[in-house]
Design a protein around this ligand. Sequence first.
Ligand code: GDP
Length: 196
Amino acid sequence: NWYHGASYLISAAELSQLPEDTGFEVAFAGRSNAGKSSAINTICNQKSLCRTSKTPGRTQLINQFELDDTHRLTDLPGYGYAKVPEAMKRRWQKTLGEYLETRKCLQGVVLMMDIRHPMSSHDLQMLEWARACNMPVHCLLTKADKLKRGPAKSTLLQVLKELKKMSPLFTAQMFSSSKRDGLPEAWQKLNEWYQV
Ligand code: GDP
């Protein structure tokens, strides 16, 4: 599996520190504690490629991992963490917005949302950004193991319905890092975006 070969590339505080804007990138985004680090580790089958955080929102850096010379995975800072100072939040919103709007090699955004409380105001803001720049978004409803099958399924259907109203480029699936559920579907979407 190609994703298992991912390796750490760079942590950037500014967009200017990122590698040249060529090849293919897919970005992972989500509220702090949504299960983003766990999802990246699970998708890449590595224990600690991405640090799972006990202190959510601490890493205010854009971390990048490389799959090969022309394909990178971008771990965007978790948003919406209450304890981050307001000024820092604004600065990060700006950096995040700039990354999404200007990064030409960006093929799509994987948006992690805890299946127990999806579509938060921050998630909606991210989706609105993506819609405005015609960016595809694939939502992972994370921690799907926390709900029974019925409620999980109806949440997925509800989210799919809302996404469909926003953009034809928005998709969603269930995902569980603990149970390793949803991996083939996630890999398939990534393959599509990476054109591999
Ligand atoms: P991040 O802040 O978005 O990177 O979130 P983390 O990956 O650090 O996960 C936040 C918390 O949710 C941690 O305590 C994880 O153990 C837990 N978690 C992450 N994924 C899952 C999952 O699939 N199932 C369950 N039950 N817990 C999860």
